[in-house]
Design a protein around this ligand. Sequence first.
Ligand SMILES: CC(C)(COP(=O)(O)OP(=O)(O)OC[C@H]1O[C@@H](n2cnc3c(N)ncnc32)[C@H](O)[C@@H]1OP(=O)(O)O)[C@@H](O)C(=O)NCCC(=O)NCCS
Length: 335
Amino acid sequence: MNDRPNPGSFYSQAEMTGIGSYVPEKRLTNDDLSQIVDTNDEWIVRRTGIRERRIAGPREFSSHLAIEAVRDLLERYPTDSTDIDAVIGATTTPDFLFPSVASRVQQAFGIRRALAFDLNAACAGFVSAMQAANGLILSGAYRKIVVVGTETLSKITNYADRSTCILFGDGAGAVLLERAEKGAMLGSYAVTDGKGGSYVMAGGLASELDGQPAEEGGKIGQNGREVYKWAVSTIPDGMKNMLEKANLSIADLDWFVPHSANLRMIEAICERLGFPFERSLHSVGPYGNTSAASIPLALDLAVKEGKLKKGERIALYGFGSGLAQAGLVLDWTLE
Ligand SMILES: CC(C)(COP(=O)(O)OP(=O)(O)OC[C@H]1O[C@@H](n2cnc3c(N)ncnc32)[C@H](O)[C@@H]1OP(=O)(O)O)[C@@H](O)C(=O)NCCC(=O)NCCS
């Protein structure tokens, strides 16, 4: 334990005022994958809960998905986009190392006077970006921030490796956070364990990490069993720490939105937390693991299904490569 002030006194002057999402048209089903590698629908559904994923076109990249997600947000929650003063892109698959995806979003909507940057915390990226946005708003310097999680993981997936190609898909989800007198964020948590960095890695300039060779062509390589064990054994404690710091208990939560990596993993985490699995929200069935996009996609699916009600209390919890995890508990402020 450390002696920082109890984040039960967590500060927030931010609330969510809009959400939007976008997934590419093309579907890749389990049956389609069974034509490419030695696998089958029954195995994939039983071990992961994934039924299909969306795949970006050859000329469609993370910035295009991000722009469509923000367009959807602005259509459904009309606001003056010209006074957005920051855009944060959470992505591990930017079109380019630079310029950022965030700057493409800025350009697409003519947001003139804005801070724009990308943040990479892999599957913890969206929640890390929400935490950063809350801090920027709290600083007083920013009032209206778009956070967009966007991924085109299909472009770095090895479709000859059956243990990874069944997992990943493409998509984007965006939220608008605005300054509010009484912030709706109640607490946060983050912990990173770089020791496990080589368990799931992709891309980059180096050819090895801690003695583990990177996959050729920058494709995703992972030790699925180790990632699974790490997630199931550490996320429940992370959640408990976050809630304790916010003076909340698991019974105070209406919904739990973990990173959509694998449904079996989510079931195991819920069981260890003593939280009803039926109250978890995910996007893993229709979209697979979409890294930084999975949490906003899960939220927006729930919005469209009419599940989320204003005033409900929700815990978001991202986790993945790093190994990084980041959580945020908030009150739902959308009608
Ligand atoms: C990848 C994952 C689905 C594999 O499931 P698992 O139950 O751990 O399976 P294992 O790796 O133990 O493999 C069991 C067997 O299934 C086989 N297998 C692996 N992928 C398969 C597939 N797509 N179809 C059929 N069989 C497959 C393996 O070859 C192995 O066979 P063997 O026993 O003959 O060697 C699972 O480990 C996982 O989801 N891990 C987390 C990964 C993750 O979330 N990564 C992103 C981080 S956010």
